[in-house]
Design a protein around this ligand. Structure first.
Ligand SMILES: [Zn+2]
Length: 320
């Protein structure tokens, strides 16, 4: 009994060993037949000394040396010089690039030249798709931006439950935006750079007098419901596409501050209505919300907001 078990165990080990050997030898001797190499169409064209002249989901055309190869993946056929050549066979799309069986190369090459090509080396990675050329941001080019810190002087704007004034945060953020935009090559005109009162009409007139390319007004919100929070980017009613684009650029960047977006809104604020250039008004958050008021008071957050607004303006002008 004991011996029988031992024998059975031993033979199992021997069989397993054999099976292992057999498998590995099979893989090495007939691997290329069992699983054919796939090559991308650009590689195939290159090996045929041709160039891809057309490429779409429906067909790929190579031309070169007076020959034309047409590959039609949906119909599963290959054309050579406008004549049916054969079936395409297995295809695969890797990283958006059509791959075909590697044996196609030898078949087409033989037909064209009457000789078989060199052995195909395994192709590791598909040819990367070229990246679009990035145009470097050349700066603001002296374009005039009016940065308008809302309220000021006798007009404090909204007041937070802990006694923080809107006019203060507006000015601090406006000063930081001005600093950032000047570094990007813009000419920045502030409607106020200290705690003074300026009429709304005069704010808009400053933009007109300076032939401004853009008017950006900085505010903080308030409402009776203390739970309401988030920033909003306002444009005048019936905005033009520039204002929509500008508001969306700023909105996208502002979401990076962590303050919740309430989106782009339309309202006929006087500074927006009276401005002769694209104008937006940003309500950075709610001072009536205890948590957000503390955020807006925070210097690091003010810098984040300024970076976001300046970044949105730069993006609007095509910069990164
Ligand atoms: Zn305000």
């Amino acid at each position: 009994m004991k011996n029988k078990v031992l024998y059975a165990l031993l033979s199992a080990v021997v069989v397993m060993g054999f099976a292992g050997c057999e498998q590995s030898s099979k893989r090495s001797s007939s691997g290329s037949l069992a699983k054919e190499e796939m090559i991308n169409v650009y590689y195939l064209a290159g090996k045929l000394e041709m160039t891809v002249s057309q490429i779409s989901d429906r067909k790929v055309i190579f031309t070169g040396g007076g020959n034309t190869v047409g590959i039609y993946p949906k119909e599963d056929y290959v054309y050579l010089n406008d004549k049916y050549f054969g079936t395409l066979g297995k295809t695969k799309t890797i990283d958006g690039m059509l791959h075909v069986r590697s044996s196609l190369l030898a078949q087409i090459k033989t037909e064209i030249t009457g000789s078989t090509p060199f052995q195909i080396r395994p192709q590791v990675a598909p040819i990367p798709t070229p990246r679009p050329v990035e145009t470097p941001w050349t700066g603001g080019g002296g374009k005039t931006i009016v940065v308008d810190a809302g309220h000021g002087g006798k007009d404090p704007g909204a007041i937070s439950p802990n006694g923080f004034y809107e006019k203060t945060v507006n000015l601090d953020v406006a000063l930081a935006i001005t600093d950032l935009l000047r570094k990007q090559g813009f000419r920045v005109v502030m409607t106020r750079s200290s705690d003074v009162f300026i009429e709304l009409e005069e704010r808009a007139n400053i933009g007109t007098r300076n032939n401004a390319a853009m008017f950006v007004s900085i505010h903080a919100d308030s409402c009776a419901t203390s739970s309401i929070n988030g920033f909003s980017v306002y444009v005048a009613r019936q905005p033009d596409w520039q204002e929509i684009k500008l508001a969306d650029c700023i909105n996208t960047q502002m979401t990076k501050t962590g303050i919740q977006s309430r989106g782009r809104k339309e309202a006929d604020y006087r500074v927006l209505k009276l401005s002769k250039c694209p104008a937006v008004l940003i309500e950075m958050g709610y001072l009536s919300n205890y948590w957000e008021a503390n955020q807006l008071k925070d210097k690091a957050m003010q810098q984040k907001i300024a970076t976001a607004i300046a970044g949105g303006i730069v993006n609007y002008f095509g910069g990164k």
